[in-house]
Design a protein. Structure first.
Length: 712
C-alpha cells in the first residue's frame, strides 16, 4: 500500500500543471518541473535550484524567524526580508527617544548593528522522502491514535539520529498530502541575527491597512539584517566576538528590470494552504468563520486605532499588534469574497458528485458524504473555540495572567514575560476591548455554548462593562511590581485573582466541553482526508498534485502580469515613485512620506523609478520576504503580499486574479542609498552585468547611482 501511495505521488508530479502558474513545488523534485519552467523562460538547471552536492540557490534562502523568508545578498551574511517581517524587532529597539519605526534605522558600520535575542534563521541543508521509515510497523486496520504513535516513535528516532545542537543542526519530519507521504528536512539554525537597516514606516508600511492586500501598491516593504557565526562559521549565541557569516551561496542582483510576460520564480517558505479541501470546509471558512472573525477584529482594530492616533507612545506600543491583527482581518475579507465570486463551494460539490460516481462500487464509495457528516458534527464546537480565541483569549490581561501562571508552574523565570508585556501595554485599550468582546460573546454565542461561569458572572454584574471594572480594579496583573514579585508559592492564591479565575474558567470549559469533540472529529477527518487525498490522485491521474504549504521550502513560478479586477479596469503590473507622490498626504499617517523622499523627487528625473510589481507566482503567508528571481536566478525583487481579489489562493487558485506583489529590487537599492544614506551596504552586493548600472558604478556619486537606478 505504501508503495502505491508513493507511486501515485510521483506520477502526479510528472503530470502537466492543472492551472497556469499554480503550484508550490518541492525543490528536491524540481527536476520534474524544470522542463515546464524552461518552456516559460527559465534558463536554470534543476541542480542550479536545488543540490546537496554543490552550492545552489537553496543555500541563499532562509526561514526567517518563525514565519517569514529571507535571502542572502552578500558573502558577509547580509540578509534581506520584509519590513513587516522585521517589524517586531524594529519595534523592540524603538522608544520615544529613538523611534526607529517612525524615522528608520541605518547602521553606518557593522559595529552599530543591533542584536535581536530570540531571532534565528534556518538554512535547509537537505530534504528527503522518508515515508517507509516513518510508517515502519504500521498496518492497515490500526486506529488513528495507533498510527499517530507509530509515526511519533519512528520520527523521533530519525530526528534523534540527526540532531546536533552543538553544530546548530535540527531535523524535522513533515507530513505531505494529508500524511500520505513524509519528508525529512534538515536545517542549520543561526541564532545571532542583527538589525542592519530599515526604512521609516512611512516607506516600509506606506499605505498602511488601506493599501494592504491591494494594487496598485507603493510600499518599500524591506528590512536588512546580518547573520553572525563563531570564528569557525558555526551557529552561536550572540557574542561581540562573532563574525559575519560566510554563506555557501548568495544571490546576485539584477537591475535590468522586468517587463510584462517575463519569467519569475519565488523561492520561499509558504505557510499554509488547503487546495484539496472538502466543500464543507470551504463553506465553513467563507460563510461562517471568516465573517465572524472579521466582525470581532473590526472591534479590536477600531479601539486600538482610536488610542494610537492620540499618542506617539501608544502608537509605538501597539504598532506591531495592530498590524498583525489587521493583516488577517483584511485577508479574510478578500478570501471570503473570492470564494463566493468563483463559486468555489459549488465547484467543490460538483467535483464531489463526479468523484462519487467514479467511486461507486469501490472502497471510496460514500467517502465525501462521510467527510461532510464529520464536519457537521465538528462545526458548532469549533466555532465556539474560534470565538473563545478571538474574544476572551485576545484580552491582553487575561492572556498575560495565563502566561504567568504557566511560567510559575513550569519553574520558568517570569521577569522577561513581565517586561515584554508592560513595555507594550496600554490599559485603556485593554479595558475597552474587554467590555466590547465580552459583550460580543454574550450576544452572539448560543446559550448552550456559554460556560456556566460566564452566565453566572454576567447575571451578577448585569453588563460586560461592570464585570470589566471589577476585574481591572482587583486583579494583581495590572500592577507590574506585584506581578514581578510572584513566586511559585503564590500559585494557589492566584486561583482567586479575577483575571486568572476568568481565563481558567474558559480554558476549563474548552478542555471539558469543546476540545474532546474537536479532537475526536479531527482524528476522523485526518483519516478520511488522507484517504480522500489518495483517492483524488487515482480519480485524476493526469493532474499535477503539489503538496499543500506547511512552511517548508518551495518553488513557485510564473510571469510578470497585470490583471483586471472588474469590468473596464486593467491594472498594469508595475508601480512607480510617481504613484507615491500622488498618494502623499502629510495629514494622513500612513501616507505621510519622509520629507527627504519629497526632496529627491523634486530634483526631477525620478517619476519612472520602479517601486513594486505583480506576477502570477503562487504564494501564501510565509512567502513574505521571499526572493523573487528572474530566468537566470538573479534577485529582482522581494515578495511581500498578494492582491486582495486573489487571497482565496490558499484554497483555490484563479489565474485571472491571483497575483503576488513584490518590491522591485531597484527601489530597495534606491531607498538604501538615497534615503538611508547607507551606500556602504551596496558595496557588499554582487550585481549582474548588463544592468542599469555596472558593479563599478557603485563607487560613483550618489546622484549618479540614483539616476542609473531609474534608467533600468
Amino acid at each position: 500500500m505504501k508503495r502505491i501511495i508513493v507511486s501515485l505521488i510521483l506520477i502526479s508530479l510528472l503530470a502537466p500543471c492543472a492551472s497556469a502558474d499554480e503550484g508550490m513545488w518541492l525543490p528536491s523534485l524540481i527536476a520534474k518541473r524544470i522542463d515546464d519552467m524552461g518552456s516559460k523562460g527559465c534558463r536554470l538547471t534543476a541542480e542550479d535550484i536545488y543540490s546537496i552536492n554543490q552550492a545552489s540557490l537553496k543555500d541563499a534562502v532562509v526561514l526567517f524567524g518563525g514565519g517569514c523568508t529571507g535571502e542572502l545578498v552578500s558573502d558577509r551574511g547580509l540578509l534581506l526580508t520584509n519590513h513587516h517581517c522585521g517589524y517586531s524587532y524594529i519595534q523592540r529597539h524603538s522608544s520615544t527617544g529613538h523611534d526607529y519605526l517612525r524615522d528608520g534605522f541605518w547602521a553606518s558600520s557593522p559595529a552599530e548593528e543591533l542584536p535581536n535575542p530570540g531571532l534565528s534563521v534556518r538554512f535547509l541543508d537537505r530534504m528527503e522522502e522518508v515515508t517507509a521509515q516513518v510508517l515502519h510497523g504500521f498496518s492497515e486496520g490500526m486506529s488513528e491514535s495507533q498510527r499517530d504513535s507509530v509515526v511519533a516513535v519512528n520520527s523521533k528516532s530519525i530526528i534523534r539520529s540527526i540532531d546536533n545542537p552543538a553544530k546548530g543542526i535540527k531535523a524535522s519530519i513533515e507530513a505531505l498530502y494529508y500524511a500520505n507521504q513524509y519528508y525529512l528536512f534538515v536545517y542549520r539554525i543561526y541564532r545571532d541575527v542583527r538589525l542592519v537597516g530599515a526604512p521609516p514606516s512611512s516607506i516600509g508600511k506606506f499605505g498602511g491597512d488601506t493599501d494592504n492586500w491591494m494594487w496598485p501598491r507603493h510600499t518599500g516593504d524591506f528590512s536588512v539584517f546580518r547573520i553572525y557565526a563563531d570564528k569557525d562559521g558555526n551557529p552561536a549565541d550572540y557574542s561581540p566576538d562573532n563574525v559575519p557569516y560566510k554563506p555557501r551561496k548568495h544571490f546576485r542582483i539584477s537591475t535590468r528590470g522586468l517587463r510584462e510576460g517575463d519569467f519569475t520564480f519565488v523561492y520561499g517558505c509558504p505557510g499554509s494552504t488547503r487546495e484539496y479541501a472538502h466543500s464543507e470546509e470551504v463553506r465553513y471558512i467563507a460563510e461562517v468563520s471568516d465573517p465572524q472573525k472579521i466582525a470581532l477584529r473590526t472591534i479590536r482594530l477600531g479601539i486600538q486605532k482610536k488610542y494610537m492616533s492620540q499618542s506617539q507612545e501608544v502608537r509605538i506600543q501597539y504598532s506591531s499588534k495592530n498590524a498583525s491583527t489587521a493583516n488577517a482581518w483584511k485577508k479574510w475579507q478578500g478570501e471570503s469574497k473570492g470564494i463566493a465570486r468563483l463559486r468555489t463551494v459549488e465547484a467543490k460539490q460538483d467535483f464531489e458528485r463526479r468523484f462519487e460516481a467514479w467511486a461507486k462500487g469501490t472502497q471510496y464509495e460514500g467517502l465525501t458524504s462521510r467527510i461532510k457528516t464529520i464536519y457537521e458534527r465538528r462545526e458548532p464546537s469549533y466555532l465556539a473555540y474560534e470565538y473563545f480565541y478571538e474574544t476572551i483569549r485576545s484580552i491582553e490581561i487575561l492572556h498575560f495572567a495565563s502566561n504567568i501562571q504557566n511560567c510559575l508552574k513550569g519553574g520558568r523565570p517570569i521577569g522577561p514575560v513581565v517586561a515584554s508585556f508592560f513595555k507594550d501595554y496600554y490599559r485603556p485599550i485593554d479595558e475597552e476591548c474587554f467590555a466590547a468582546l465580552v459583550d460580543a460573546f454574550d450576544k452572539n454565542m448560543p446559550e448552550v455554548f456559554k460556560p456556566a461561569y460566564f452566565k453566572q458572572k454576567m447575571a451578577a454584574f448585569g453588563s460586560a462593562a461592570a464585570w470589566r471594572d471589577d476585574v481591572f480594579s482587583r486583579s494583581i496583573f495590572t500592577d507590574r511590581d506585584k506581578v514581578s514579585a510572584l513566586t511559585k508559592a503564590d500559585l494557589k492564591a492566584l486561583e482567586s485573582d479575577p483575571a486568572c479565575e476568568l481565563y481558567n474558567a474558559f480554558q476549563s470549559w474548552y478542555e471539558k466541553d469543546l476540545r474532546p469533540v474537536i479532537v475526536s472529529t479531527d482524528h476522523e477527518l485526518r483519516s478520511a482526508m488522507r484517504e480522500y487525498m489518495k483517492a483524488q490522485m487515482l480519480f485524476e491521474p493526469d493532474k499535477a498534485f503539489y503538496p499543500d504549504a506547511n512552511l517548508t521550502l518551495r518553488v513557485a513560478y510564473g510571469q510578470v502580469k497585470g490583471y483586471s479586477p472588474c469590468d473596464a479596469v486593467y491594472y498594469n503590473p508595475v508601480s512607480t515613485l510617481k504613484g507615491i507622490i500622488e498618494k502623499d498626504n502629510p495629514d494622513i499617517f500612513d501616507y505621510n512620506i519622509p520629507q527627504k523622499l519629497r526632496d529627491i523627487y523634486a530634483e526631477g528625473g525620478h517619476e519612472s523609478q520602479p517601486v513594486c510589481f505583480l506576477a502570477t507566482n503562487h504564494t501564501s503567508g510565509g512567502n513574505s520576504g521571499s526572493p523573487v528571481l528572474n530566468a537566470d536566478g538573479e534577485l529582482v525583487g522581494i515578495n511581500f503580499d498578494r492582491v486582495w481579489e486573489g487571497t482565496m489562493s490558499d484554497i483555490v487558485f484563479d489565474p485571472d486574479y491571483c497575483r503576488n506583489i513584490s518590491i522591485d529590487i531597484r527601489y530597495l537599492l534606491f531607498i538604501i542609498e538615497r534615503v538611508g544614506g547607507a551606500g556602504w551596504l551596496l558595496d557588499e552586493m554582487d550585481f549582474a552585468p548588463n544592468g542599469s548600472y555596472q558593479r563599478s558604478s557603485l563607487r560613483a556619486t550618489p546622484l549618479l547611482r540614483a539616476c542609473r537606478f531609474v534608467q533600468g
